[in-house]
Design a protein around this ligand. Structure first.
Ligand code: SF4
Length: 154
């Protein structure tokens, strides 16, 4: 079985939660091959076309997120929304209380990311007019909420 994890607008905590399965991860890798999980588990740019189960973490904030979500849906038999950001918008959804200009100013003029010329970059993916949960854009087969999702539900 081929499984994949796609990360959109989030903090990577949901992918770390998968690694945090401790010894249970040995059962996982015996039952399945993780074929795609950038940037936390592997450095790979494009998802293969024959994924059995894909997990998507993070919300949809920009055009790149939207494009990658549509591609992972197309390439996967089963798509699972993993984590509260993917299921409902979550922490990423809080960005809707600030304007695009306020967000960019905060992120790109923070002390440790300021560029020498003080310029805010314009070559980043375009923001959508709002944050979307993944189910707003594509068909989702299963939802696993939690920030991050617990090892076991129930
Ligand atoms: S649900 Fe929580 S842990 Fe997962 S990406 Fe969002 S903020 Fe991070």
């Amino acid at each position: 079985m081929k499984i994949a994890i796609e990360e959109l607008a989030g903090c990577s905590g949901c992918t770390i939660a998968v690694l945090d399965l401790h010894e249970a991860i040995l059962d996982l890798v015996e039952a399945a091959d993780i074929v795609y999980s950038p940037p936390v588990i592997m450095d790979v740019k494009e998802p293969p076309e024959d994924i059995d189960i894909a997990f998507v973490t993070g919300a949809v904030r920009n055009e790149e997120n939207q494009e990658r979500l549509k591609k992972i849906r197309k390439n996967s038999r089963v798509l699972v929304a993993l984590g509260t950001c993917a299921c409902y918008g979550g922490i990423s959804g809080l960005s809707m209380i600030s304007s695009r200009e306020e967000l960019f100013k905060t992120v790109y003029t923070a002390v440790d990311t300021v560029k020498e010329d003080g310029a805010i970059p314009h070559d980043v993916p375009g923001f959508l007019y709002r944050v979307f949960a993944v189910g707003d854009m594509v068909k989702i087969d299963y939802y696993i909420p939690g920030c991050p999702p617990p090892r076991r539900h129930g």
